[in-house]
Design a protein around this ligand. Structure first.
Ligand SMILES: Cc1cc2nc3c(=O)[nH]c(=O)nc-3n(C[C@H](O)[C@H](O)[C@H](O)COP(=O)(O)OP(=O)(O)OC[C@H]3O[C@@H](n4cnc5c(N)ncnc54)[C@H](O)[C@@H]3O)c2cc1C
Length: 413
């Protein structure tokens, strides 16, 4: 990483508009400051960042390469789990509390239902990371919960037919968000506050100097005081240093028609997150699509670039997912109703990156590497990104998410 001037470039090439080159100087002369904050990527995180920056009174510009919303990144597919007793670490719980609060505020602002509480199951072998992790969060924050063996769970929620070796923790605050509507609600709220948002405008490169940032797109050049980078699976294209620290991975979702529909409705079927002996699964009650939604974390472990990722769904994808449904949710094993691909972006330790860029004089904040569990945090991440670029620090403890932590340092080029 070059210490003096930050650069981001398409496909890892050297940016043509490098501030060290003449082209960069020319922009400085030609352009007046167009905005206070530019947000690159108006997906889950970026839409929230645009809103929070506008709420703080900034002149903000959000730049999105596709439509708003769209189905090529990480934030589509009708539902995203939200859970408070966080298995991935108790340090996430304060962020989650604020997240829930902000989602409810956004619902009030938009007049739309975005967060549906169903209760949730975190399940796994007794010693699994999920079960130990969720109990640790419950203990640290005194979160009400119930521990259920497989028989009790299957009796109480008959859509579940978990095997005897699985222990479940039920937490009443869990549920799901409607991601496409969350993005639209954040963007609408931002526009109402005077934000500017451009879809179908791809950022080609950016630079950050001591006083400002410049962003070049396929339609123009913009200059601002601060930059928020929330490019999801395209992060490493815009920040090549993260080539091995924010890695896109193809995922596939399936919706199957329940054979006993009454067992898979939101009122009687809690969302789940389960680490079984043959894989890690997650799923949702029937909502919006006439099918039970099911996914397998990591799926076929197919890593690659976001632009060239296979977005088709194949028979082998269906077979893998159906094996899990057949084994643990046999009453949902009816005909396929829909399938979709989506992209996770993994960091080496599967914790997020939420930080100021270390070489940016506090001008550039990065929200990246959400490792398949980020959507529930979009609302609070938008607030955190805004705090970082405007205040130079956040009200939250972000030590787990530092750019400089060992897992990221080891992977940064
Ligand atoms: C199948 C699946 C299931 C998941 N389930 C859950 C769940 O249940 N609960 C949960 O909390 N999380 C879940 N996640 C994870 C969560 O959805 C992601 O962590 C979150 O959506 C990431 O948001 P993002 O803003 O980083 O990425 P995105 O929403 O993809 O946004 C990035 C945006 O940046 C834009 N962009 C990139 N490059 C450029 C450029 N050069 N110029 C302009 N725009 C650009 C992209 O087009 C995109 O719109 C799941 C993810 C997947 C794929």
């Amino acid at each position: 990483m070059r210490p003096s001037v930050l650069r981001g470039a398409k496909n890892g090439q050297t940016a043509k508009c490098d501030r060290l080159s003449y082209a960069g100087q020319k922009w400085d002369n030609l352009l007046s400051m167009t905005h206070d904050v530019i947000v690159i990527g108006v997906g889950g995180m970026g839409s929230a960042a645009v809103y929070h920056a506008a709420r703080r009174g900034c002149r903000v510009l959000g730049l999105e390469q596709f439509d708003i919303p769209h189905e090529l990144g990480s934030s589509h597919g009708i539902s995203r789990i939200i859970r408070l007793a966080y298995a991935e670490g108790p340090q996430y719980v304060p962020l989650l509390r604020r997240s829930y609060e902000l989602w409810r505020q956004l619902e009030a602002l938009s007049g739309e239902r975005l967060l549906i509480i169903t209760g949730g199951i975190d399940a796994g072998l007794e010693n699994s990371a999920i079960v130990r992790g969720v109990l640790r969060s419950c203990a640290r924050f005194h979160l009400p919960h119930e521990v259920l063996d497989a028989r009790s769970l299957n009796r109480r929620f008959p859509g579940y037919q978990l095997t005897d070796d699985i222990v479940s923790v039920y937490q009443a605050d869990s549920g799901f968000l409607i991601p496409e509507r969350c993005i639209v609600a954040h963007v609408n709220a931002a526009l109402a506050l005077g934000a500017e948002v451009h879809a179908r405008e791809r950022v080609l490169s950016w630079t950050a100097g001591r006083r400002d940032v410049s962003v070049r797109t396929d339609r123009g050049v913009y200059r601002a005081r601060r930059l928020i980078l929330s490019a999801g699976p395209w992060t490493r294209t815009l920040l090549p240093a993260l080539q091995n620290a924010a890695i896109p991975e193809r995922q596939v979702l399936i919706w199957t028609q329940p054979l006993v529909p009454s067992r898979f409705q939101p009122g009687v079927f809690p969302i789940f997150n389960m680490e079984a002996s043959d894989g890690r699964y997650y799923g949702f009650p029937v909502f919006s699509v006439p099918g039970f939604k099911f996914g397998r974390f990591y799926h076929l472990s197919q890593r690659g670039d976001a632009d060239t990722m296979d977005r088709e769904c194949h028979l082998e994808d269906e077979a893998l997912l159906r094996a899990g449904i057949r084994k643990y949710f046999p009453d949902a094993n009816g005909p396929t109703m829909a399938m979709k691909t989506c992209i996770f972006t993994f960091t080496p330790d599967e914790h997020f990156i939420l930080d100021l860029h270390p070489d940016s004089s506090c001008r550039v904040a990065i929200a990246a590497g959400f490792s398949g569990h980020g959507f529930k945090f979009c609302s609070v991440v938008g607030e955190i990104m805004t705090q970082l670029v405007l205040d130079g620090k956040s009200a939250f403890d972000l030590s787990t998410f530092r750019f400089s932590r060992r897992a990221i340092r080891g992977a940064v080029r």
